[in-house]
Design a protein around this ligand. Structure first.
Ligand SMILES: Cc1cc2nc3c(=O)[nH]c(=O)nc-3n(C[C@H](O)[C@H](O)[C@H](O)COP(=O)(O)OP(=O)(O)OC[C@H]3O[C@@H](n4cnc5c(N)ncnc54)[C@H](O)[C@@H]3O)c2cc1C
Length: 388
């Protein structure tokens, strides 16, 4: 049996463990997770939404598999009764654009339609008719997903993947990986502190926002950094009928969460530093998020702040997309990193892909090679225009 060690037991590491253990007696899978309570893991601090509206084909394809997987999570990941219920709902994403931004929406729309995405472009009058609570001032166009887009309980998904992987034979070890023992072009063991180590035939880096540290142990430069993102939750006295996840022209996004709403934003580049402490940027909410939200949805003038949290995007600084597979300098270290804020929806496709790469030596169900390390080494970014 091939001994596989996965460093990181979040949604991505657990999805890989799940797919690897689907075939018994091939792989002996150990997931090394330092914090089984997942206090700082992105998978536990996510907005847990899924969309099909991407500007690159590979991301659309990954999300198409993602939504199929999420729709079938109950029977797929059931270990015992009750089957996991991730509460998936599909009210869509609504991208808003000014005149300047509408050509990007048109370009994306053409690609999305070519890949069968259920999406429609709406002029301001149509937006107003469909969403009477929306102020369309300054808008030229909106792009609305009609199915396959929405949100779910990401923590529940991660736990369901973990439980199913364990039921299929994976072992989760509460330990911190501290280094890799490298012999020539291969990793022979994962170090667990001074005294202990785990011998292995292959290693997976699924360390989320901390993945660059793991790569550095193998002398590989991984352009992934932990970038803090704050999420705010609030209530509103008015309900907004059929509210999708709305991405305003300012970049601020909001969506319903049960009876309330959540929202977030991307900080300005000069403030978006690596490894900032996970403290909520409350000042950002008061100074510009709330005024911007209230201008777009007048009912939000009366919103009430209910809570907030901060988590890390595992940002791929090279091109904001996942990095999947081997690095040419190391024969048995697999990467599943850099999802840049879309890793929960992509974890089923990434997990299946890495498992196939290990089993067959190439991707079978979906060609994920556009996301390989090669593009970084050859300086060919796969730019995704729709990063939220
Ligand atoms: C605010 C926010 C909103 C988001 N919204 C969305 C969204 O709407 N849709 C979407 O698809 N994605 C979203 N994301 C991104 C998504 O949550 C992540 O892409 C995904 O969770 C990454 O999963 P992961 O398993 O790679 O990382 P994590 O969940 O961070 O897991 C990595 C694990 O590795 C462990 N680890 C790290 N180093 C070591 C080590 N040396 N030894 C042992 N264990 C180690 C950590 O403890 C951690 O548990 C969002 C993220 C944030 C923060």
């Amino acid at each position: 049996m091939q001994r596989i060690v996965i460093i990181g037991g979040g949604a991505v590491g657990s999805a890989i463990a799940y797919f690897l253990t689907q075939t018994p007696d091939t792989f002996e899978v150990t997931v090394v997770e330092r914090d089984p309570s997942y206090q700082q893991a992105s998978s536990a601090l996510s907005a847990s939404s899924i969309r099909q509206q991407y500007s690159s084909a590979i991301n659309i394809q990954m999300s198409q598999f993602g939504i199929d997987f999420l729709r079938a999570v109950g029977p797929t990941l059931r270990v015992e009764d009750p089957a996991p219920d991730i509460g998936l709902i599909e009210p869509g994403y609504l991208y808003l654009a000014t005149t300047a931004g509408s050509s990007v929406l048109h370009d994306n729309h053409a690609l999305q339609k070519a890949y069968g995405v259920d999406v429609v472009l709406l002029e301001p009058a149509a937006l107003q008719a469909r969403f009477p609570w929306l102020c369309t001032d300054g808008l030229a166009l909106g792009s609305l997903g009609l199915s396959g887009e929405g949100w779910f309980d990401g923590y529940c998904l991660m736990q369901a993947l973990r439980k199913k992987a364990i039921a299929q034979g994976a072992r989760y070890l509460k330990a911190e990986a501290t280094g890799l023992r490298r012999t020539g072009r291969s990793i022979s063991a994962v170090q667990l502190g001074e005294a202990a180590s785990l011998p292995c035939d292959r290693v997976v880096n699924a360390a989320g926002p901390w993945a660059a540290r793991v790569a550095a142990w193998a002398e590989i430069d991984l352009p992934v950094r932990a970038r803090r993102r704050s999420v705010f939750s609030f209530s509103c006295p008015e309900s907004l009928a059929h509210c999708p996840l709305v991405i305003d022209t300012s970049g601020i996004w909001f969506r319903p969460e049960g009876q309330q709403f959540i929202c977030g934003f991307a900080p300005a580049a000069h403030e978006d530093l690596d490894d900032l402490p996970l403290e909520v940027q409350h000042e950002a909410f008061d100074s510009f998020i709330w005024p911007t939200l209230a201008a777009r949805v007048p009912a939000f003038e009366a919103l009430r702040m209910k809570g907030a949290w901060a988590g890390y995007y595992e940002m791929n600084l090279f091109d904001h997309n996942a990095i999947l597979g081997l690095h040419p300098d190391c024969a048995n270290l697999y990467f599943a990193n850099g999802f840049s804020g879309h890793g929960l929806q992509q974890c089923p496709a990434a997990g299946r892909g890495i498992a196939e790469l290990m089993r067959f030596g190439d991707f079978r169900s979906m060609d994920l090679s556009p996301l390989s390390f090669q593009r970084i080494l050859q300086n060919r970014p796969l730019l995704e225009k729709n990063v939220i």
